[in-house]
Ligand binder design. Structure first.
Ligand code: SF4
Ligand code: SF4
Length: 168
């Protein structure tokens, strides 16, 4: 199926996710373990950086990120264009669950909120749960927004696209 068959609904507003948090316990991420989070709390933890959607190579037991991205990532918003159907449409798309977070070698970026909390580290000051704004991940420069990226559809030589960004 062609990529163009999927688009993020124009009405979708990423800010909506963090606008009303009255249904979750304040600072739940400091009070509960990852295993204790509700589905809503789990989803709120994702900062929307998009970096888990970069293609990676495993070389000598280490994960090397590339600046090539899954064809279904919208690089303007850093959101998946097919979020609800991603696992059925993309063979190597992974659900972010506890197993994925603890997998070695680590394939999620070091800034990923799930990784940070699992390592008993605090959420960073730019995290949307702290700022109340989805856009703060982009303003801080931690997301994929405004980086030099290449759609995987245009790439065959992934090994020539390895990047060593500090926040991976
Ligand atoms: S790397 Fe982590 S925080 Fe960033 S988009 Fe992926 S799951 Fe969300
Ligand atoms: S299909 Fe998976 S890897 Fe691709 S953009 Fe969506 S969430 Fe990311």
């Amino acid at each position: 199926m062609e990529d163009t068959n999927y688009i993020i609904e124009e009405a979708y507003d990423p800010e909506e996710r963090f606008r009303d948090l009255s249904d979750v316990e304040p600072k739940f991420w400091e009070k509960k373990s990852l295993e204790e989070l509700s589905k809503r709390e789990w989803e709120l933890l994702c900062d929307g950086c998009g970096k888990c959607c970069l293609n990676k190579l495993e070389i000598k037991g280490r994960i090397c990120f590339t600046n090539t991205y899954c064809r279904f990532l919208d690089t303007k918003s850093c959101l998946c264009k097919i979020y609800d159907n991603r696992l059925e449409k993309v063979n190597d798309c992974r659900d972010i669950d506890i197993k994925a977070i603890r997998e070695k070698p680590r394939w999620l970026p070091k800034t990923c909120a799930y990784v940070l909390l699992d390592e008993k580290k605090p959420l960073p000051s730019w995290h949307p749960l702290i700022t109340g704004k989805a856009s703060s991940v982009h303003k801080s420069g931690v997301s994929l927004k405004n980086r030099e990226l290449i759609n995987e559809a245009e790439v065959t030589d992934y090994e020539n696209h390895i990047v060593k960004w500090e926040d991976l």
